[in-house]
Write a protein that binds this ligand. Structure first.
Ligand code: HEC
Ligand code: HEC
Length: 246
């Protein structure tokens, strides 16, 4: 008597399950194919050759992609392609992909686990948490989180990136070569940062645990837990700041 309803239930579940599952798998598969094969741009553009088999980066000038926010990754691909973020390598790579291909490869990397970083317990440089009102420097932590873990909605995770990569980005914002920051927030934030301060921030960030984007519930929970564990720093850094004219 029970066998029939159970069998029917099984069929219903299978019917509900396979079709979205198959779509997800196809989507994931095409992201992986681009990551491993370079997409229409061919094998010279294969992401893994530079960004590592697990999207972990090369520890020097090539950033990790694994576990970053999908929207951020996709936006960077669009900005490389349009020239708002010009780069000798990445502009060519991004232009070799259709907008759809840029989206699926971004989703693929966002879904990979963030790499393990050998974190040290060093405190952040003071300027990271407090900025310097006298020089018009906004606290980096206000937008990037106390640990560089990001703040959602396009405020990217910058923890766990190689120091030379981070320094290079700060230089590009300063010189105006990278101009893809909404309302010029990054250009303003680093304009008056000294070379020593930039270096100290980049070194410290490279030792922070490589946070995972918020899509991962347990990562968000641990981000909240670490925010709760540092109430003083959080209060300081969440001070509303209007220096971007918002
Ligand atoms: C020949 C080496 C090389 C290849 C191939 C390559 N990249 Fe990159 N990628 C780099 C370098 C170097 C940078 C840093 C460039 C900069 O300073 O803007 C970078 C930066 C990026 C960034 C910016 C990350 C951030 O945190 O802002 C994204 C996204 C990215 N690459 C995605 C890809 C994808 C997707 C592919 C494959 C379709 C790919 N890359 C192929 C070398 C490469
Ligand atoms: C008002 C908000 C805000 C403040 C303050 C701010 N940032 Fe940013 N930062 C952003 C946004 C938004 C982006 C992403 C722009 C884009 O879409 O590429 C970014 C990007 C970056 C990147 C590039 C990340 C990558 O993967 O390429 C670095 C490095 C960075 N910020 C460092 C800093 C440092 C250091 C400070 C403090 C001196 C700082 N930021 C202050 C909003 C901010």
């Amino acid at each position: 008597m029970r066998a029939l309803p159970l069998a029917l239930l099984g069929l219903t579940l299978a019917a509900c399950d396979t079709s979205p599952g198959a779509t997800d798998r196809a989507f994931q598969a095409s992201g992986e194919i681009i990551a491993m094969g370079g997409g229409a741009g061919g094998p010279a553009n294969a992401c893994f050759a530079c960004h590592g088999l697990k999207g972990e980066g090369d520890g020097v000038s090539t950033p990790r992609l694994a576990g970053l926010e999908q929207g951020y990754l996709q936006k960077q691909m669009e900005d490389y392609a349009s020239g708002l973020r010009p780069d000798d390598v990445m502009t060519r790579v991004a232009r070799g992909l259709t907008p759809d291909a840029r989206r699926v490869v971004a989703a693929w990397y966002a879904g990979l686990p963030a790499p393990a970083v050998h974190a040290s317990a060093g405190p952040p440089p003071p300027i990271w948490l407090s900025g310097d009102a006298a020089r018009g420097i906004t606290a980096c932590a206000a937008c990037h989180g106390a640990e560089g873990q990001g703040a959602g909605a396009g405020q990217p995770i910058i923890a766990g990136q190689p120091a030379p990569y981070t320094l290079e980005q700060i230089d590009r914002w300063k010189s105006g070569k990278r101009r893809n920051d909404p309302r010029g927030v990054m250009a303003a934030a680093v304009q008056h940062l000294s070379e020593e301060e930039a270096r100290a921030i980049a070194e410290w960030l490279s030792t922070r645990p490589a946070a995972q984007a918020h899509a991962n519930a347990s990562a968000s929970a641990s981000v909240s837990a670490s925010a709760a564990a540092r109430p003083a720093a959080s209060r300081e850094t969440r001070r509303p700041d209007r220096s971007d004219g918002a």
